[in-house]
Write a protein that binds this ligand. Structure first.
Ligand SMILES: *Cc1c(COP(=O)(O)O)cnc(C)c1O
Length: 495
């Protein structure tokens, strides 16, 4: 008989916190600004062989039930069934494609063409279920800072979901033309999008401060609202992402690249450290992973951290061709720091980060390798992959591929590798074409979709085929210090 024990979530800055999964999903972030983290990493009930034989939904259940222990089987299965359906344009949900000697795990077959769909198609269902379980009757307001992809994926997930509203903040000048157009054309009476004059970190910091503002919380509570988060600080984002690391492994075995039990490497294009952290959880659960290559663009805070032990955000913020990774404060790193050092030390380090912008921590770390790729290296990798194999990578995936190649050349490690492929090249068509044929300019990205179609032989994905002609529904812009007032106005005066 299987004895079900509840997995509790603790706070990364206060380990006396002990809450259920549904509470953590609903709340998003701890009162002290720390993140919820599982009190231990669970182990699967089934063998690796058994897990490798499953389809995406069954595997999702087997993995997620270990983390969301207070959800019933029916509750969790109905969340999974509602999420991973025909919204994805590939039956496998996350297919693995072998090209150029590696496997590409394509996580961009959902509605918004980026890997955020993997978690954000299920988060609204997890959250609504959590609200029911916790007896929460207020309207849930999702606040989200986005570097381009989360915002759209979250709005798609929450649009017209009863009992919820969503407000998204994006850096006005820091997203691709397709990303921006996807957001400002969003439908759904409960959605709201705001461009902010600042970068992603500004948006994320403002949103995090709002989550810890007790006065605001009370005022809104009196008026019938509670906040939650769709950012990867929410464990309801993180847990669904663990699934596809197992699924990638299964496909590597199925396609004959490895035998079950062999180790593999993953290279992950990293910004907020959410995707790769899910890979680390998978490794801790027993998935045979050798290295997790943490791939950065020119905002290479994490590369420096893994190589020197110093995390330092005091540097120029670079707007790159992989905007969804333009981040200097990688929030989810806090969960790794917590696993390595405990809550007391994490609290100290995060306070240092807030006050001075830096901290030092020498991780005697053999799981992660930090690498990075410059714009030139990112473009060169796209061009080379296309000319040698015909396969077209987007600018984020290419950072991971180029970083992997650098890692391999330096280390001589020839463990079979999977590149986590986070976006469709169509989302960044201007830069992808610039990489392949030297044509310049991102400004006029829309006519270029058909150019990319000819070059890649992959059809323009349905969700963006008509984007250019869709009505623009959102035109809000605000300064970074106006975010709080904007939210209050929106919720209190505009019910
Ligand atoms: C969000 C995103 C990333 C970075 O993922 P993190 O979980 O924030 O590290 C990479 N690529 C794309 C296309 C993204 O949308």
């Amino acid at each position: 008989m299987i004895i079900l024990t509840e997995l509790k979530y603790t706070g990364t800055r206060n380990d006396s916190v002990s809450v259920s999964a549904s509470y953590a999903v609903l709340k998003g972030i701890c009162d002290d600004g720390g993140l919820f983290a599982p009190s231990q990493i669970p182990k699967p009930d089934l063998t690796l062989e058994e897990l490798c034989a499953m389809d995406y939904k069954s595997l999702a259940y087997e993995i997620m039930k270990l983390y969301l222990t207070d959800y019933t089987k029916d509750e969790l299965m109905s969340c999974i069934n509602a999420a991973y359906d025909e919204k994805f344009d590939d039956k496998k949900i996350a297919p693995l494609i072998q090209k150029g000697g590696v496997g590409f795990l394509e996580l961009f077959h959902g509605k918004t063409l980026a890997f955020k769909d993997m978690a954000l198609s299920i988060l609204p269902h997890l959250l609504k279920t959590a609200a029911k379980k916790q007896g929460q009757k207020k309207e849930i307001v999702i606040l989200t800072a986005t570097s381009g992809d989360t915002g759209k994926a979250a709005m798609e997930g929450f649009a017209d979901v009863d009992g919820t509203r969503i407000i998204v903040f994006f850096p006005e000048d820091g997203v691709s033309p397709v990303q921006k157009r996807q957001m400002v054309t969003q439908t759904g009476a409960n959605t709201c999008v705001v461009g902010i004059k600042g970068n992603f970190d500004d948006a994320q910091n403002a949103v995090k401060e709002i989550f810890t503002d007790k006065d605001l919380e009370n005022e809104l509570f009196e008026n019938g609202f509670v906040f939650s988060s769709a950012n990867s600080i929410n464990i309801g984002r993180l847990v669904p992402q663990i699934v596809y690391y197992f699924y990638a492994y299964a496909q590597m075995a199925e396609q004959g690249s490895i035998h079950i039990g062999d180790k593999i490497n993953f290279s992950v294009p990293t910004g907020n450290f959410g995707n790769i952290l899910a890979g680390y959880y998978a490794k801790c659960m027993g998935l045979p992973v050798n290295r997790l290559i943490c791939a950065s663009n020119d905002n290479k805070v994490l590369y420096d951290f893994f190589n020197t032990g110093s995390y330092n955000k005091n540097r120029e913020f670079v707007v790159t061709v992989s905007p969804s990774m333009d981040i200097l404060i990688s929030s989810n790193l806090e969960r790794l720091v917590f696993m390595k050092t405990g809550a007391a030390e994490t609290k100290k380090l995060m306070e240092a980060l807030k006050s001075s912008g830096e901290y030092s921590l020498k991780l005697r770390e053999t799981n992660f390798t930090g690498e990075f790729a410059t714009k030139e290296e990112t473009f060169a990798a796209i061009k080379k992959m296309h000319s040698e194999t015909g396969y077209v990578m987007d600018t984020h995936t290419s950072v991971a591929y180029a970083a992997y190649e650098k890692y391999k050349a330096k280390s001589g490690d020839s463990t079979p590798a999977v590149i986590i492929s986070t976006a469709s090249p169509y989302k960044f068509a201007g830069d992808v074409l610039a990489a392949i044929n030297g044509s310049t300019g991102n400004a006029n990205a829309f006519p270029r979709l058909s150019e990319l179609e000819k070059l890649s032989g992959v059809k323009i994905p349905a969700p963006i085929a008509n984007l250019e002609n869709e009505e623009i529904r959102h035109s809000n812009v605000c300064e970074r210090n106006e975010i709080k007032d904007f939210i209050k106005n929106r919720l209190l005066n505009n019910k």
